[in-house]
Ligand binder design. Structure first.
Ligand SMILES: Cc1ncc(COP(=O)(O)O)c(C=O)c1O
Length: 384
């Protein structure tokens, strides 16, 4: 019998570099080094107490079973209520599917949307998992530059030029991972007016350091919204997200979910309901702390000689030019980890347009950030 080998589709998936850097950092730690972690996009705050309490209560009440494959009706209703005031056409709870994390929601959505060869427009740089998911679902990512000179905002006219008869959607991620850029209102409106469905990843909404972002449903009568509890509510390990989709997509995505993971976790959905109903003040408190860290780290990086095209208006990332220090993003990241024990993410992981940059996450305390700055400064001096 011939040895089975992995499929072409599986072989072609590129690694999520952020996780690879984190694993390399953990190896250094296991060998005794003290490493500062600014590579992962993960809140350092504990999950809010009201969420923990609701999870414990739900477990004690026996909420440990499969739920409806679309998600708990109470949770879907609460999610729908959140969008009702802003959306042009308020979504019905029947358009909401609760998923085991935002990432599976995204994969199911692309799987339900794309025929082989269909195109999806993405910003470059952008979240590195989108192109892999699109390709896995048979589609083709089409990149539009989010230029440093433009504060990493995409240009609606360039998007318009990239649209073809095969275009099935335009992914918008504002605030953006990796750049922290927030698309301004006019650009969002112009993109929504192109007549191609928006696929809005709103996972960083609520973590904005300026005027709040409005949902894509405020700009278009119909859009695909992807969101989850990981970032805003400091719930990365709980694995809960949701998608809001036009009615025709509900049943196809539901069937995929039933086959692939049956339902999202029961007691975690009850905990998420508590997050929506009770954790607003926690989110505000965490956002204020992120803002303080952002205002510390940005000027510190500039002082050290990094090029910072924007101050990061949302999420918890700064995307800094590293050309004064290394020939490539990967070289910079590898050397900073090996020689200064500071882990950051290589810009090249986020698309060709991210080459020459590194992503610094400020989901770390001010003390940790100050120590990172000290180490980087000493490293730069040693290099000089
Ligand atoms: C833009 C963006 N979307 C989605 C995700 C994944 O979220 P989840 O933890 O809900 O799967 C991330 C995680 O880093 C992200 O940055």
């Amino acid at each position: 019998m011939r040895e089975p080998g992995p499929s072409r589709r599986a072989r072609e998936i590129t690694a999520f570099q952020v996780m690879e850097i984190m694993e390399a950092a953990k190896r250094l730690e296991a060998a005794g080094a003290s490493v500062i972690h600014l590579e992962v996009g993960e809140p350092d705050f504990p999950t809010p107490a009201c969420v923990l309490k609701a999870a414990r209560k739900a477990m004690r009440a026996g909420r440990t079973r499969y739920t409806h494959s679309l998600g708990l009706p109470e949770l879907r209703e609460e999610i729908a209520r959140r969008y009702a005031a802003e959306a042009r056409v308020p979504p019905s709870p029947d358009q909401i599917l609760v998923t085991a994390g935002t990432s599976p929601g995204m994969l199911l959505l692309f799987a339900a949307l794309l025929e082989p060869g269909d195109e999806v427009i993405l910003s470059d740089p952008g979240y590195s998992c989108y192109p892999n998911m699109i390709k896995f679902a048979g589609g083709r990512p089409v990149y539009v530059a989010a230029r440093a000179a433009d504060g990493f905002q995409v240009d609606p006219e360039e998007i318009a030029r990239a649209v073809t008869p095969r275009t099935r959607g335009i992914v918008v991620n504002s605030p953006s991972n990796p750049t922290g850029a927030v698309l301004d209102d006019e650009r969002m409106a112009a993109i929504a007016d192109l007549g191609v469905p928006l696929i809005a990843d709103e996972i960083y909404h609520g973590l904005v350091y300026g005027p709040p972002c409005r949902t894509a449903l405020a700009y278009a009568d119909a859009a695909f919204v992807i969101d989850g509890f990981s970032k805003r509510y400091a719930m990365t390990g709980w694995r809960l997200g949701y998608v809001i989709v036009p009615p025709a997509f509900v049943r196809p995505i539901q069937k995929l979910a039933q086959n692939f993971y049956i339902s999202a976790n029961d007691f975690i959905q009850w905990a998420a309901l508590a997050a929506l109903r009770e954790a607003g003040p926690d989110v505000e408190r965490m956002a204020a702390v992120y803002d303080e860290r952002r205002r510390f780290l940005g000027p510190a990086l500039r002082r050290l000689g990094f090029d910072l095209p924007n101050e990061g208006r949302g999420a918890f990332y700064l995307f800094a030019g590293i050309r004064s220090f290394a020939g490539s993003s990967q070289e910079f990241v590898d050397r900073l980890l090996a020689e200064a024990h500071v882990a950051v993410a290589p810009g090249s992981d986020f698309g060709p347009g991210g080459e020459g940059f590194a992503r610094f996450s400020y989901a770390a305390s001010l003390d940790v950030l100050a120590e990172a700055v000290r180490r980087i400064e000493a490293w730069i001096r040693r290099k000089a």
